[in-house]
Write a protein that binds this ligand. Structure first.
Ligand SMILES: Nc1ncnc2c1ncn2[C@@H]1O[C@H](COP(=O)(O)OP(=O)(O)OP(=O)(O)O)[C@@H](O)[C@H]1O
Ligand SMILES: CC(=O)N[C@H]1[C@@H]2OC[C@@H](O2)[C@@H](O)[C@@H]1O[C@H](C)C(=O)O
Length: 404
């Protein structure tokens, strides 16, 4: 038997596994690295987060990714080169973190590597006549390169199985959120404010699990970041929402932005910067006669758009005035007071707390989720949530690469 397969069998039978979860999201701010100890699997999974860091990307790394990121037309050679290059880069970043944390790679059981999404093409978004109904998504940063570079067995490319089983390849948060954060005490809404905003609805543990699902709601920070970069190239984002808080929402522009059919589409749904990018904003500005709107008012309007997108999806689930479950926020947007303020206005009566209150640091949550998926891939079973109306595929996800 291949020694790596024997090692995998042994790992599957251990009471716990030490897993490095990796996530590089749509904001291109860096690689999130979460060193997790996961005990058990399935509904019995227990998390101990040992270490977490976001390794920032340099301007050069961002520039390389942006050559292909969310673009319909790219150099195929560049795309091909980026796949191993990102795998190797992520491996080096993992090794750097382990060195800082004084953890030997030999003491890590698995790496769970999401890679970098460069294009997300759910059927409702691409509308290519030759591929009607086909959902697709592409992540770069090949798992063999991560395994070879770190010397650690690597689980990667999680989204393809979800697609193959009839999903849109996202959001995968449903599974990890369900396994780690379901509570017998309360129903929960786990709201992640990343480049794209999404939430997971978790009914009370013990209630009908098939009601659990995740959906994207529209832009989170992606349009805010793109807009600030266009006006103030020296800045990556609107720190603490200062510029947005100094601006005023333009109702005409907001109305045109919200007119996009994505916001009225049934749940669950996924999207990306392919749709919510500069072209969408420029078209809405042209249509509303706001091409010359100042940066502060633009940002205030885009914050309102993100909050309104979340609120519309939430109301699709709970009705216009229905009571809401407890809301727990994560992702970079959870640090933005302008966005949180707008969300409170749009969802009056909801209680908001950070996922910190649940023992999950908000910036680490997505990287932890991929560690949970890798744990299930090796030691678990398909998570059967799916009989509900939201059709969450019952699959384990990820492809396994070993060094050597
Ligand atoms: N202090 C802050 N004030 C305002 N915005 C912030 C702050 N900190 C982070 N952000 C926002 O959060 C973004 C990063 O968020 P995050 O890392 O959750 O995104 P991501 O994981 O790349 O996205 P996704 O979940 O869509 O893949 C930044 O680009 C910025 O817009
Ligand atoms: C295709 C893709 O990479 N989607 C990301 C993105 O970032 C947020 C949102 O859009 C979510 O759908 C997803 O990531 C999280 C981790 C998920 O799959 O749950």
């Amino acid at each position: 038997m291949n020694a790596a397969i024997a090692r995998l069998c042994q790992l599957a039978q251990q009471p716990s596994r030490r897993i490095v979860g990796l996530m590089s999201g749509t904001s291109l701010d860096g690689l999130d690295v979460a060193l997790c100890r996961l005990t058990g699997h399935g509904a019995a999974t227990q998390l101990a987060l040992e270490q977490f860091a976001t390794v920032p990307y340099t301007d050069d790394v961002r520039r390389h990714i942006r050559q292909v990121f969310a673009r319909e037309q790219v150099s195929l050679e560049y795309l091909t080169l980026l796949n191993p290059w990102l795998g190797r880069l992520h491996a080096d970043m993992v090794l750097g973190c382990l060195r800082t944390w004084q953890v030997s790679p030999a003491d890590v059981d698995l790496v769970a590597s999401h890679g970098q999404t460069v294009y997300h093409a759910p059927a409702h978004q691409h509308q290519q006549p030759d591929f009607t109904g086909l959902n697709a998504t592409l992540q770069l940063g090949d798992g063999d390169h991560v395994a070879q570079g770190t010397g650690i067995i690597t689980v990667s490319d999680f989204r393809q199985k979800h697609l193959a089983a009839g999903g849109e390849g996202a959001p995968l948060a449903t599974y990890g959120d369900y396994l780690l954060l379901s509570s017998p005490a309360e129903a929960r809404l786990l709201l992640n404010l990343g480049g794209i905003a999404n939430f997971t609805y978790l009914p009370r543990a013990g209630a009908d699990a098939s009601a659990a699902f995740s959906t994207d709601t529209g832009p989170g920070n992606t349009l805010l970041d793109a807009t600030i970069r266009a006006h103030r190239p020296e800045l990556q984002y609107d720190e603490d929402g200062r510029l947005a808080l100094a601006g005023r929402v333009h109702p005409g522009l907001l109305g045109v932005l919200l007119d996009h059919p994505f916001f009225a589409a049934a749940l669950p749904k996924t999207t990306g910067p392919e749709l919510f990018g500069p072209a969408y904003l420029a078209a809405a500005q042209a249509q509303s006669g706001t091409a010359a709107l100042g940066l502060e008012d633009l940002l205030a309007t885009l914050v309102e758009l993100s909050a309104a997108g979340v609120a519309r999806s939430v109301r699709q689930v709970f009705g216009p005035g229905g009571p809401l479950p407890a809301v727990y926020t994560s992702g970079g947007g959870a640090h933005n007071p302008a966005l949180l303020g707008a969300l409170r206005r749009h969802l009056p009566g909801a209680t908001f707390a950070s996922t910190d209150a649940l023992g999950v640091p908000p910036d680490a949550k997505e990287a932890i989720l991929f560690a949970v998926l890798a744990n299930e891939a090796v030691a678990g079973q398909p998570v059967a949530l799916g009989a509900g109306r939201q059709r969450v595929p019952a699959v384990t996800m990820g492809k396994i690469s070993w060094p050597g």
